[in-house]
Design a binder for this molecule. Sequence first.
Ligand code: G6P
Length: 474
Amino acid sequence: MSNVSADLVIVANRLPVDRVEQADGTPGWRTSPGGLVTAIEPVMRANDGTWIGWPGGTDAELEPFEADGMKLVPMTMTQAEVEGHYEGFSNGTLWPLYHDLVAKPEFHREWWDSYVSVNRRFAEKAAELAAEGATVWVHDYQMQLVPQMLRELRPDLRIGFYLHIPFPPAELFQQLPWRRQLLEGLLGADLVGFQLPGGAQNFVRLVRQRVGHKTHRDLVYLPDGRTVRAAAFPISIDAAGFESMARSEPVAARAEEIRTALGNPRKVFLGIDRLDYTKGIYARLRAFSELIADGHLDVEDAVFVQVAVPSREQVEQYRILRDEIDRLVGRINGDLGRIGRPAISYLHSSYPREEMAALYRAADVMVVTPYRDGMNLVAKEYVACRFEDTGALVLSEFAGAADELRQAWLVNPYDINGMKSALLDAYRADDRETRRRMKAMRKTVTQNDVAAWADSFMQELSAIPGSHGKAVRP
Ligand code: G6P
């Protein structure tokens, strides 16, 4: 692969594939976890882009390579950088701060230093690979300084930034000792995209208050004459791809197999999340178990399948959460299960997309109850897979997806009794009711897929006045 002249460069903390050790000890590649990768992959392919990111781990230098037709440029991190930039500032400071302080963020100066130097290295690599006037699209909270660093190196570029997680209100953001640097980092972009209008408004307000720039609605006016636009672009999924996977014969057969293995209960509840404290897994399992203990549900009729995808396992808060969930599931099954009938079927593992599609097909009630979530693509994937208009979605009001999926059974995840009644309503709802709701949600998801998302971001990016660089067609 040539090392120069890409018209579209994606900069993200992660590559779409992770370096892993296979069973026989040799290195291999596996799709990375999380929503970001799912969303950007199709855009990359359509534009013949180059993707700069970390392949996980602390391997020695890896050469650029192609995977599934994508040009990938691996950025290595040292152990100190993994601890400072990734586990530390990104996931010990920013992640909890941007998710409503669901956990307590920690502020450490050495973490910040590491964040700055990793951002600089990514910016330098993008500057090296981008063609004259190219578009560079920077992604997510791990890379918020890249836009400004990159603009200083390459003023000819058109730079977009997209934040996949919530952008917090000023009252929380201003706790950050480095709040001004982060805002200025983002202002290096021509367009800063958020999941919801509220995030864009929070950002503009902070820029006015903390950096002192003039703003009007969604525009920021910089002293050098440049303007930066902040706007919402709710992300989505490859809806048609999920639907056709769900319709396929092997997935149908696997869905049957799953239901049989579960003992053919009347209804299957399902949760699929990265094992993260923002996802509300503990409260949701408690709500379900109380319905059994209260006698509203019986383990002969209902089972809860919870898939928890291992995530950020070196970060303290995630270890604590894992122990808590392990204990809770053990206690619930010990107290309420019968032989061959656990109340909760708990899987701590990650699965290929086909298996996810089979689970979505097998589930009658999908339960998505984060305390705070940028969007939550699992909710949309479930809807996309329900091509027969059956199945109920119980969805947290605090997931970005709730803005679009209004016909879900919406819940406040802090309200256990409220969640219990929503779970029960969804369980008991008749066919007409679930169909009506699912049909409306399916319309929303199929009409606003990930291609439309990328398309609108790219179009807005090329329309920014005063921006340099050629437009890239999504
Ligand atoms: C979320 C974030 C992504 C992140 C993913 C997986 O979706 O928005 O930026 O890549 O989680 O988390 P990880 O820490 O494994 O990259």
